[in-house]
Every structure is written in C-alpha cells, then in structure tokens.
Design a protein around this ligand. Structure first.
Ligand code: HEC
Length: 280
C-alpha cells in the first residue's frame, strides 16, 4: 500500500500544486473551459476521439485494444441483455412498454433532469422503476443483469450524440454543482480529487496505468474491464476510483453519484455514445 502511495504521489506532484478551479461560473462556461483544457493539453487528439479514453492518447495501448475489439468479450453480454429486453415480465409486459421512448437507442438521453420531480433520471434507475411497476424485483446496480441490459441499450444507441442539458432551474443547477464539487474535491487518505488524476495529470502514469482524460469518460458505459472480467456500470467505476485514493465509496445510484454522472456527462455533450466498451 505504501508503495502505491509513493508511486502515485511522485507522479502527481504537479497536480498537487495546481489550484482547484471551483468558481461561480455557469455550466456553459465550465464546459468550454473543461474542453479547452484538454484540447490545449493534447492538441494531436482528434476531438471526437476522446470517447476512447486512454486509447486516444497511447498508440501502443490502442493497438492491443483494437486487436481485442475484434472478438469483444462484451458481446455475449449484449446478447444476454437483448434476450432479457425481449422476454416479457410475468404480467406479459416488456421493457419496451415501460421504458421512456421504448428503451431502444436511448443511452445518450441519460442522465437527465426531470422537471416534474426535480430529480435526476439515470438509465439504471429507470430500468428498476419499470421492473417494479410490473411486479418484478429490482436489480442490483453495480454489475450483472442490469449491466447486460444497459449494454444492449448502449449498443442500440451507438452513434447517438449526448445532448445533456442543465436547464435554468435552481434544482438542476444545484445537482450540477454537487457533481462538480465531487469532481474537484480532494478526498481519501491520498487527498486527491478526480480532477487531480483525470485532468491535471491526465496522460501521466500512476504505476502501470496511464491516466485518461475525463472528456468522454461516460460515453461508453457499461464497460467490460479485463480486471473485473465482466461489465460494470458508471457508478461501479466511480466507487473503484474513490477507493483508489482510500476514500469510502458512495452507494450506486446515490444522489452523490447521480450528480457526478450528470456533471461528467454534461462535460461530454456533443460526443457520440459508443458503449459498451472494453477497458483494462
Ligand atoms: C489516483 C488517481 C485517480 C483518481 C483520484 C481517480 N481516478 Fe478514475 N481512474 C484512475 C485510473 C488509473 C483509471 C484507469 C485508467 C484510465 O482509464 O484512466 C481510472 C479510470 C476511470 C474511468 C474509466 C475511464 C474509461 O475510459 O472507461 C472513469 C469514468 C473514472 N476513472 C472516473 C473517476 C472519477 C469520477 C473520479 C473521482 C471520484 C476518479 N476517477 C478519481 C485513477 C484515478
């Protein structure tokens, strides 16, 4: 553990001296500054390629990854998700009957702010809402059947662009600010923020991992990680990254992670959905 701390802190000296940017700016201004940060740091990366995470930066990793993508390990899970999607519930209804817009091709709609309830809607929660409304048990949120279903829905949404809005509504703005705060706040025994690793030190190595830029971070979930030997939802990944700095993880679908997902997805506005994806 000590070794990891050393390795990380040595790699992150630059990050620790960088001031945290949390100011009274509008989401539109934040979006512009966030993107420009990466565009200036990595001028050779085509803007639409950020959806490929670390593979947008590292040619060798990219080559290996493209080879693995020829027989993608997530394919069988898309098929399982498709079967689930098309299998009627005990009452004869299907997901297509109760998911907004019938479910197909809808990945890029999430998360979004719902004016009526004043809350954020995520794809995973909508799936469970649909199940409960039809007398089925809700699914666990991090992995397993729910990720198979979202993998199928993501697959049917490839190429759709994220068009996340932060409406001019106090409640939406508060949720956006909550997510932004999580992103920039230092936490855990290592005292590092998401931004320390995925912004100020993106492109640097922390042990054998190279840190990906956060632009495009949420375009391709669920992700099949070789380390997990399976799929995980965005909140599973958030939990893992919180734990990496020895901070406690929040519950999947907690207000905290939904707000973080909202902030990060907004930062990827205009990029294409390309899930499910393969990562190390
Ligand atoms: C100590 C450094 C560190 C911190 C702090 C950290 N991460 Fe990560 N994160 C990593 C590493 C290493 C990976 C795997 C390599 C990569 O894709 O960057 C990763 C991967 C990710 C991925 C997957 C990227 C992809 O292409 O699929 C997401 C999303 C992510 N982190 C989000 C976050 C968020 C949100 C936070 C703050 C709660 C955070 N990370 C904090 C190190 C960190």
């Amino acid at each position: 553990m000590r070794k990891f701390v050393f390795a990380v802190s040595a790699a992150l000296v630059v990050g620790l001296t960088t001031p945290i940017i949390v100011s009274a700016t509008t989401p539109q201004e934040d979006l512009k500054a966030f993107r420009n940060y990466y565009y200036e740091k990595f001028p050779d990366v085509p803007k639409e390629d950020y959806i490929n995470g670390i593979y947008s930066l590292n040619k060798d990793f990219r080559e290996q990854w493209e080879n693995q993508e020829e027989f993608p390990p997530y394919e069988e899970f898309i098929e399982k998700g498709e079967e689930m999607f098309n299998t009627p519930f005990a009452n004869g209804k299907t997901y297509a009957d109760c998911l907004p817009k019938g479910g197909i091709g809808t990945r890029a709609m999430y998360p979004h702010f719902d004016k009526e309830s004043g809350t954020l809607k995520t794809l995973e929660e909508e799936i469970n809402k649909c199940r409960k409304a039809n007398g089925e048990k809700p699914l666990k949120y991090n992995k397993g059947p729910i990720a198979n279903l979202t993998a199928y829905i993501a697959y049917t949404s490839r190429g759709e662009k994220f068009d996340t809005e932060i409406p001019n509504d106090e409640r939406a703005l508060a949720l956006y600010e909550k997510g932004k705060k999580h992103w920039y706040m230092k936490r855990g025994q290592l005292n590092l923020s998401c931004a320390d690793c995925h912004m100020y030190n993106s492109g640097m190595f922390a042990r054998s991992d190279q840190l990906s830029p956060a632009l495009g971070h949420l375009t391709h979930f669920p992700v099949y990680r070789l380390k997990w030997q399976g799929l995980g939802t965005p909140h599973r990944r958030f939990g893992g990254c919180n734990k990496q700095v020895r901070a406690a993880a929040y519950k999947p679908q907690s207000e905290e992670y939904k707000a973080l997902e909202y902030f990060l997805t907004y930062m990827s506005k205009g990029l294409e959905a390309n899930g499910p994806a393969l990562r190390k």
